[in-house]
Design a binder for this molecule. Structure first.
Ligand SMILES: [Mn+2]
Length: 295
């Protein structure tokens, strides 16, 4: 396997200098035709097991899960149990890698340090190397499709949180992150935690009626700023597909030029996970029970 992976990577680099095949956390010995994409899990080991079981039942060929953040990377004790649940469920259901586009509830003290040190490398968890967090602006290639991961989001309830414990200033993407993300040209699929403005009608409606009991003016300003920045990246790169989490609702929006936006719901909800066919970029929601729902 290592020599195959290396060979694949070399061939790939010759063709596409700015995209990587993720050799170290990769599945380069297996041609991938479909990948799964999942919304927020918030350290629910129960849900992670259920979602991966559902995935295995409905799409047993899938080897990669692209996670849209609020995976809840942290270092406390429930984290170890949750991480173990995810790793065990991955092994049980044939999932070779989980690549996380970080959310606002992933430990940016840890991520920020690591990404500053190695800006071009996925952060493979020391005790679970098949789970890797992607730097903001990271580009990669699976099944011939070009992906951009643009993680982070501003917490609208940041005034109720403790700085550097469960809220981090660096969770919010910056204008210079956006500039870097735009370099490297066109992409097929953008993955973000943060929502965009004008992506789906339902998310736009949710944004218009914020929970003012939880969210301060400053928090809502930060959220607006972060969303508008991610919206700019999305509009300028104009990918065929954008997938985001953060809003905890399932929605889809279809735009000119065959471009679509999918908002993924959080753990314990329908619309948390689905399958993207890399041949034609078609998307199928996976739901418990037989129906595959649309909102
Ligand atoms: Mn969340």
């Amino acid at each position: 396997m290592p020599s195959d992976a290396q060979h694949g990577e070399r061939r790939h680099i010759a063709a596409e200098p700015s995209f990587r095949t993720l050799a170290r956390v990769g599945v380069n010995d297996v041609p991938e035709v479909r990948v799964a994409i999942a919304g927020d899990w918030h350290s629910s080991g129960y849900w992670a097991r259920r979602a991966l079981q559902m995935l295995h039942e409905q799409a047993p060929d899938v080897r990669t899960v692209l996670h849209l953040g609020d995976f809840n990377l942290t270092s406390n004790t429930p984290w170890a149990a949750y991480r173990r649940s995810v790793v065990e469920a991955m092994a049980q259901h044939g999932i070779r890698r989980v690549l996380v586009t970080p959310g606002n509830h992933d430990d940016w003290s840890q991520l920020g340090r690591r990404f500053a040190l190695r800006p071009d490398e996925p952060y493979e968890l020391p005790k679970a190397q098949a789970i890797a967090f992607l730097p903001r602006g990271y580009r990669f290639d699976i099944g011939g499709r070009k992906f951009l991961s643009f993680g982070g989001a501003a917490s609208p309830d940041q005034d109720r949180r403790i700085r550097d414990k469960d809220w981090w200033p660096s969770e919010e993407p910056t204008p210079s992150d956006a500039v870097s993300a735009l370099k490297g040209g066109r992409i097929d699929v953008m993955l973000s935690h943060e929502a965009v403005d004008g992506g789906t009608h339902f998310v736009d409606r949710v944004i218009k009626t914020p929970n003012r009991a939880l969210f301060s003016d400053a928090g809502l300003d930060a959220s607006r700023r972060s969303r508008s920045l991610v919206t700019g990246v999305w509009e300028q790169l104009a990918p065929a597909r954008l997938f985001h989490g953060h809003m905890h609702v399932q929605a889809e929006g279809h735009h000119d030029g065959g471009r679509s936006v999918y908002a993924l719901a959080a753990n314990n909800s329908a619309g948390n996970i689905g399958v993207l066919d890399l041949r034609d970029l078609s998307w199928t929601w996976l739901n418990s029970g037989s129906a595959s729902g649309h909102s």
